[in-house]
Structures are given as C-alpha cells and as structure tokens.
Design a protein around this ligand. Sequence first.
Ligand code: ZN
Length: 215
Amino acid sequence: MKHLIILGAPGSGKGTQSKKLEEKYRFKLVSTGDLLRAEVASGSEVGNMCADIMAQGRFPENKIIYQLVEKFLSENAEAKGILYDGFPRTIEQAEFLLDILKQRNETVNTIINVQVDKDALIKRIVGRFSCADCGEIYNQYYKVPKMEGTCDVCSSVSFKTRSDDTEDTVKTRLTIYEEATAPVVDFFINHKLNVVVVDGMRSVDNVFHQIESVL
Ligand SMILES: [Zn+2]
C-alpha cells in the first residue's frame, strides 16, 4: 500500500488536488478533521469526548488522533493507497506515522509539497470577487470583466466578494502555516523520504499532472 502526504498552504488548491487523486486513483483520503467529525457523528465514547473538547474550542490531544488514524488504517487495509491531508502537522505526529507504518513494513512513499508564491497567493485570495447573479469568478488583479462593472457572462452589474479576508489576515495565516510546516518537511528530508515540490501557482490540471508524474 502506498502512503502519500499532501502539504500545501491554505489557498494552495491542495484540497482540490486531493479530491482529484481520490477520484482517479481510488486513494483513501484521510484528514484528522474528517476522522474527528466521523467519530463524533458515530456517537462513540471517544466521539462524545472529542465533541466536548471541540465545543470548548480546543483540539483533541495526539493520543486520540493517533487512535483514530490507526483505526482508519486497519479499516482500510485493502486500499491501494492512503493520502494524508493536513496530517501530520507536527514532528511528533510525523514520528508516530512513521512508527506505525514501520510496524506494517510500510513507509511514507511520497510527500507532495504544493508550493505557492506568497504574494501571488495573497492577490489570488484577496482579489477574488464574483458575479452576484451567475457566480462567474473574477479577480481584481488577474481577471476583471471586459467591460468594467459588467459581468462577461450574464451582463449583471452586481458583484460580491467571497470573503472578509484582508491582506493582513491572509499573510498571518500563511506565516503560521509556514512556521508549522517547515520543521515537518525538514523531518521527512532528514529521514531521506521522497519530498517532491510541485508548483501550486499553475492551473489545476497542470498541478495535477505534476503530481501524477511523481506518484
Ligand atoms: Zn454573471
């Protein structure tokens, strides 16, 4: 069984790529958020405990996360591959993952690092707006309507912005991500694992091709 990890900053398009990999290669996608939500929904003892912790705005401790990951691996022992999204987040979690895979005579085959240009990504997120009527997506930096203030597709003149993200909040989010992820990437490199950098600023299809070429 192949084990792949996908890393990418918020806004890198990592989620889209994960979905595509899941669909085309039948990889099982595992994110700790999904595992937790499923456990809570199951109403199990652990699930109820997690619900309490998260209701307090906290995140369940590693011990619980590890239990859920192990359970997931046992339940998906026949899968062709597992794609980890948003896990591991820390060196401790990375060590845990390598340990349990080692017990199965397996390892992390590839770490896909979807890299983004920070300034370009900020423009991509902050500049985004859409047509209020047909939903066509525009960007004040990259793709404005041909006639100012009028939708190319449906000629509507009302637009909406997608989020309240300001340049500062996006910058902060990216900095936090970089600081948290860099040590994990170094950890994998130090363990001589296959860390592959793909250029996340290309089109969705182009990024997918880059990923496919290293699977
Ligand atoms: Zn429109």
